[in-house]
Ligand binder design. Structure first.
Ligand code: TNX
Length: 453
């Protein structure tokens, strides 16, 4: 297979030419974001509108490699392409690639609440995401089982609420310095961090830390099981008011990216009015601190503002109010659980993962179109896609990688490459070529028998 035709995601246009470039220096590791060894000529040219914010033009000749983009992020994506082209060797075939994404939002979500993942693991996953040109890392920072981010005004959240996880592990949390390290590593890889503090449900770790956040004023014990839906912040109290304002305020202050996710999913203990009231309060708190709110699709009936982004996680094409919401102006990030939930098992033999949305073999992860998965949603309202990795059953980086790979690469292609271009036999062949690079880089992956025959 010619390396130009083995890229994942597939580029917009790739034109091979005669000859090849031979690298003078060996490359170890991912070598992203941007090659700094002087072997690649980098050019920022703001007068290339056809490339957009994230596109790039890569030209390889026997005497030179040249990468042009309108900005840094385009150079980073071009570097990812070059890394894949080079693979495990020291040469790249000549020719030109012009490339840009289909959707502006292409994300990976990591649940660090059910099981905690330390900074080095997160940095590694940033590099993995960047190899496939993803541009957002959504960190699910809080849940019933643990609170993972230091909040100065409410220190027991992380000091006490951070001390558990699913099972009997020690949990953990990120200091503000840790979080900043993640944000800057991500930025160097063209990735924007989207922090999520999930409210009003999935809050047992907070409720256990501060009695005044509970409707009855009594702190429950900490929780290490995997049930959902049983916890909620008290509605309409001054403590909840202060909590939302302080937490989203501090989170906004440490987050350079435009988005802040406030959750909103799976609340079973509030009635519709109470739920709508607290969702709007959370939304206002995010807006007050200058960020664009994102919420899970359950917030749609609470009539969020049109600027608020909804994250769809339904299955079987159930609409969950998305058609109406997009008609009102809301935009949607598509994470259909039967395609994009990478915590689902591949098949019955997967040693970890859940199966409530069905098995997701690698092929199924690529077998959908974000534009038409929900038939009544305005196609222009689709901001992009995100692949969530929930970690109820996932404890280590190795396990995380085996659930992600190769499906993360496939979902990255769903978000980047044009619709209709995807043919399973072709994609499978490209994944098989890329897998030797993954092995070389120490990236663990699942040997899905459909892909690796
Ligand atoms: C649903 S997706 C949840 C999570 C679970 C996940 C497990 C969503 C917004 N809520 O709390 O971890 O399923 O697959």
């Amino acid at each position: 297979m010619h390396p130009f035709t083995a890229l994942v995601p597939a580029p917009v246009r790739a034109t091979p030419a005669e000859g090849e470039y031979v690298f003078r220096r060996p490359q170890s590791g991912l070598g992203l974001p941007i090659p700094s060894d002087g072997e690649v000529r980098l050019e920022i040219d703001p007068a290339r509108p056809e490339l957009g914010d994230e596109g790039y033009e890569l030209t390889v000749r026997s005497d030179e490699i040249r990468l042009v983009a309108q900005g840094e992020v385009g150079l980073v994506h071009g570097a990812a392409t070059l890394r894949q082209l080079r693979g495990t060797g020291d040469r790249v075939p000549a020719g030109q690639i012009v490339d840009y994404p289909r959707y502006p939002y292409r994300g990976l979500m990591l649940d660090v609440a059910r099981h905690f993942f330390g900074v080095p693991d997160v940095l590694r996953l940033v590099e993995l995401a960047a190899l496939f040109k993803l541009n957002h890392l959504h960190l699910h920072l809080t849940d019933d089982q643990g609170w993972r981010i230091a909040i100065d005004a409410w220190p027991r959240l992380h000091e006490y609420g951070g001390g558990t996880e699913v099972g009997d592990g020690p949990g953990g949390y990120y200091t503000k310095a840790d979080y900043t390290r993640i944000v800057s590593h991500a930025a160097r890889h063209g990735i924007t961090v989207v922090p999520e503090v999930d409210v009003p449900g999935h809050t047992n770790a907070a409720l256990a830390s501060y009695p005044e956040l509970n409707a009855d004023g009594v702190a429950p014990p900490r929780y290490t099981g995997i049930d959902v839906g049983f916890s909620s912040l008290a509605v309409g109290t001054s403590a909840t008011d202060r909590f939302l304002d302080d937490v989203f305020g501090e989170l906004a202050a440490m987050t350079p990216g435009p988005y802040l996710h406030f959750g909103g999913d799976e609340v079973k203990t509030l009635d519709a009015q109470e739920y709508a009231a607290i969702v709007r309060q959370a939304e206002e708190a995010v807006l007050r601190h200058g960020k664009i709110p994102i919420g899970w699709h359950e917030i749609a009936p609470a009539r969020p503002r049109p600027t608020t982004v909804l994250q769809y996680w339904g299955i079987g094409r159930a609409d969950h109010g998305m058609a109406a919401a997009t008609a009102r102006g809301n935009r949607v990030i598509m994470s259909p659980a039967d395609r994009a939930y990478l915590d689902m098992k591949y098949d019955e033999s997967s040693p970890y993962g859940l199966a409530w949305a069905g098995f997701i073999p690698t092929r199924a992860a690529g077998d959908w179109d974000p534009q038409t998965y929900l038939s009544d949603v305005d196609p222009d309202a689709v901001l992009g896609i995100e692949a969530p990795l929930w970690t109820e059953t996932v404890r280590t980086l190795d396990e995380a990688q085996r659930l992600l790979m190769p499906r993360l690469a496939v979902l990255a292609e769903v978000g980047w490459s044009s619709a209709g271009a995807r043919d399973w036999d072709d994609l499978r062949a490209r994944l098989a070529v890329q897998a030797s690079l993954w092995t070389d880089l120490g990236i663990a992956f699942h040997r899905d028998p459909d892909v690796f025959r």
